[in-house]
Design a protein around this ligand. Sequence first.
Ligand code: IPM
Ligand code: MG
Length: 354
Amino acid sequence: MKLAVLPGDGIGPEIVAQAVKVLNVLRADGLKIEMEEAPIGGAGYDSAGDPLPQATFKLAQDADAVLLGAVGDWKYDDLPRDMRPERGLLRIRKDLNLFANLRPALLYPELASASTLKPEVVSGLDLMIVRELTGDIYFGQPRGISRLKNGEREGINTMRYSESEIRRIGRIAFDIAMKRNKKVCSVDKANVLETTELWRQVMIEIARDYPEVELGHMYVDNAAMQLVRAPRQFDVMVTGNIFGDILSDEAAMLTGSIGMLPSASLDEHNKGMYEPSHGSAPDIAGKDMANPLATILSVAMMFRYTFNDPASADRIDNAVRKVIAQGYRTGDIWTQGSEKVSCSGMGDAVVAAM
Ligand code: IPM
Ligand code: MG
């Protein structure tokens, strides 16, 4: 297994270091894992003048899977858009054709009180957001800021989806639903936006091939509301790039902390990039206090989806379950009475539990 390891910016390097410890446990037990590190985001810009240096892209392209920390820092905010860290992330997603972004939101029973919502609303929560990742208003042309005839500026972005783009992400969602509770909720804004009217039509067409799966539809505003009102009604949610970006942050918070949520971004051959759903948190970078569990759980997803090794995936998932049950907490999920640990302390606890 060839792995490209891209720590990125902010807390990226420290959380990735914990995930690498976990990989080293598996390696010591006989798995043949090769890892090579390269800079991306602000780190890419600093070292090679490009948020996705050519050598980094090549490494990622040749690898079987990519492990990514996070990108972004305020200090890059004034760079031209193409040089900003986020651009490196968007380019690697697009250029590796990682169109299927899986963001599970799972509540560990012991963390119910860490959620800002009432425990009875969130307990038992287990939903999977399937977000399209290489299309939509994120990539649609035309885009830009231009000058109108009257001299004022105008900003333009374009929401667009082709039928085949919708179909391939829809199929992924239905396939995942077949392995879960067989419910898909497709999120759109079909009452206003034609792009998503087509989205809805295509989802209905796909559903004909999955008679066992119950397909429902929700407008995105209602979905945002339902997620905090009664989140357990959802099994699999499938939606476009921008709606998925927003709803996945919201869903993450139901579980107590965005620091718990892993993600997988897959191409059609299940090659994938694995990263925590959260950002680079520059305010706590280098302080050894970030929660590494989302990154560690992303490694579990890597074994599940790319390496087809559910035993190793379960081993990591179970170790995380165990450290949570043992009461270890980083600051973001800490509640009175539990034991506060550092980022590296949490990594060590997971390694011990394995
Ligand atoms: C995410 C992030 C990214 C996105 C940013 C950093 C470009 O918010 O992965 O959800 O918008 O996709
Ligand atoms: Mg986001």
